[in-house]
Design a protein around this ligand. Structure first.
Ligand code: SF4
Ligand code: SF4
Ligand code: SF4
Length: 496
């Protein structure tokens, strides 16, 4: 057993309002530079939808992630080393700028420099941020925002579903899916990189690009099934979400978590057995990948695991953080968080609590007793977001696994409603989901009202070094003239 710690995230999709604050603050911090205009380390897409870049979930087209070969061995879908090298100068599996979108900028000066007395109102027209040429804006990273049934009909997940989804008025559905790099336990991007520039940090599992070693071969872009590695067209090098490692090292949450309006993100440490990763990713039956990945995680309360972690040199504060980790609770204890597309076999480490939704037949459901386990179960089958669709996203099509999670969430609501409004305890509901009242209340607290330090439990990796660097830089290293997202702040009178 080789114990490792991984920084991981869980997002509760029930609470995402699609405000894009996370995307904007991430962009202001990390990709507010020439060459990264089209890049969104964090994007929020509407599901159903074709996503960003277009159809990124169609691995027949993009050849991302891993698959099992004829002998049951795990191989990159983009091919072996020889095949990848033969395509090094002409890789057919790369999204073009049109698959992302051509970034536009606007000639805003015209609004303030236009002469007085014009008969027509001056209009700022879009120009390509890449070529400077005038352009029509026809697509964007969130072009499908809140649309659902429009381009959603081309969603690759729908193509794999046996039943047809209705996109008619009052029958269609939508929800928001915020996405960042998954900082996978079995990252395809790292394995595909011919230069050894992509790497997974030993101490916290964050996947990064060594800019000095990157030669711009872009094999990582093809290999990542989530399409979360981008090429900076000014430097010609790969860039990706850094999991805000300078903040994590200082014990602070990522920018996208800190600024999330819905407070739906959780950050924490998970301990796992690195020796078990390959076997978990190689499980033949796709429906067993979820349990296989859960089995890779280790219980920090187990004295054996704790002892092994200490022997491996893990600091006390990391072991303590792993014990208090909200991620561990949501993934392994309550089992209500699910990985995005486990069938890509990268063992992703950003998991999701799937959304509940209104029932289609609200009138029919009105007479039901929501403390009756059978009635709650029937309600799950009639949710507006089809269980089958959620299963395509989170369980490789296993509807039972998704139903089990939705049942827990619905039972939690009903249990808390009965307890709060009527003062009764719905024992039958607890039995149906195999949880105690105490557990359900703790789960409710974590999902509904958890405070900052309950949602983010991050040990400072190198607290002393971080403090020394801070003192050396006399402030934030990004806070310089022309630095990303920085502007001069004028102190407000009376405030320090
Ligand atoms: S999601 Fe991130 S870690 Fe996983 S393969 Fe893609 S870039 Fe690599
Ligand atoms: S973790 Fe940091 S770099 Fe990654 S998406 Fe969030 S804000 Fe951006
Ligand atoms: S900031 Fe939070 S609520 Fe808003 S879109 Fe991002 S994840 Fe959703």
């Amino acid at each position: 057993m080789r114990i490792r710690a991984q920084v991981a995230m869980v997002m509760n999709l029930d609470k995402c309002i699609g405000c894009h604050t996370c995307s904007v603050t991430c962009k202001q911090t990390w990709t507010n530079r020439e060459g990264t205009e089209y890049v969104w380390f964090n994007n929020v897409e509407t599901k159903p939808g074709i996503g960003y870049p277009k159809h990124y979930e169609d691995q027949e087209r993009w050849k991302g992630g891993w698959k099992l070969d004829g002998k049951g061995r795990l191989v990159l879908r983009s091919g072996g080393r020889a095949k990848r090298l033969s395509r090094i100068f002409a890789n057919p599996d790369l999204p073009s700028i049109d698959d992302y979108y051509e970034p536009a900028t606007f000639d805003k000066d015209i609004l303030v420099t236009a002469p007085a007395g014009l008969t027509d109102t001056p209009v700022k027209r879009p120009h390509s941020a890449l070529t400077g040429e005038p352009m029509a804006v026809t697509w964007g990273a969130n072009w499908e925002d809140s649309l659902g049934g429009q381009s959603g009909q081309d969603d690759p997940n729908l193509a794999r579903m046996a039943t047809k989804v209705k996109f008619e008025f009052e029958k269609t559905f939508m929800f928001h899916l915020p996405r960042i790099c998954e900082h996978c336990l079995n990252p395809a991007c790292v394995s595909a990189c011919p230069s050894g520039a992509m790497y997974k940090r030993e101490e916290d599992g964050i996947v990064l690009v060594d800019q000095d070693r990157c030669r711009g071969w872009r094999m990582c872009v093809s290999a990542c099934p989530y399409k979360k590695v981008y090429v900076n067209h000014a430097t010609g090098k790969a860039e990706k979400c850094t999991f805000c490692f300078p903040r994590i090292e200082a014990g602070q949450p990522t920018v996208c978590s800190e600024t999330c309006v819905g407070r739906l993100r959780y950050l924490g440490i998970v301990l796992y057995d690195e020796d078990a990763v390959l076997a978990a990713a190689s499980v033949e039956d796709e429906h067993e990948l979820l349990d296989a990945q859960r089995a890779v995680f280790l219980d920090p309360d187990d004295p054996e695991v704790e002892r092994a972690a200490r022997e491996a040199g893990m600091a006390d504060e990391w072991i303590d953080a792993a014990k208090r980790s909200p991620i561990r609770k949501l993934i392994s204890e309550y089992k209500i968080a699910l990985p995005l597309h486990p069938e890509y076999r990268t063992l992703p480490m950003v998991w999701y609590v799937p959304p509940l939704s209104p029932v289609l037949d609200a009138a029919g459901a009105a007479g039901r007793d929501d403390t009756d386990a059978d009635d709650v179960f029937h309600t799950i089958r009639e949710l507006r977001i089809p269980v089958e669709y959620l299963a395509e996203l989170f369980t490789a099509g296993d509807t039972d696994a998704v139903s089990g999670v939705l049942m827990k969430l619905a039972a939690m609501r009903s249990y808390m409603r009965a307890r709060t409004l009527d003062g009764t305890v719905a024992e039958e509901l607890l039995d149906s989901i195999g949880m105690t009242g105490e557990q359900v209340e703790a789960m409710y607290r974590l999902l509904a009202i958890a405070k900052y330090d309950e949602r983010y439990v991050i040990p400072a990796a190198h607290a002393k070094e971080a403090a020394a660097l801070d003192a050396q830089a006399a402030g934030c290293s990004l806070d310089r003239e022309g630095g990303p997202g920085m502007m001069t702040l004028t102190p407000v009178r009376g405030r320090s």
